[in-house]
Design a protein. Structure first.
Length: 64
């Protein structure tokens, strides 16, 4: 089983796109999980959220 883990994207949609493209070039994964810290930061939070929403990945929510 091939597992891909995304984490600490911090609103950097350009880096997210690069990682997704690299994952596709490598043949994908059986399971891809987003560990969080997705949109915090000054870059492109809305665009990053929209891209992640389209990917429909299981995402770990921060626990209080």
């Amino acid at each position: 089983m091939r597992i891909a883990v995304f984490a600490d994207i911090h609103g950097n949609v350009l880096a997210l796109d690069a990682v997704v493209a690299d994952l596709e070039r490598r043949g994908g994964a059986d399971l891809t999980i987003n560990l969080g810290d997705c949109v915090s930061g000054p870059l492109w939070p809305r665009e990053t959220f929209e891209r992640l929403e389209a990917l429909d990945l299981p995402t770990r929510a921060r626990q209080p």
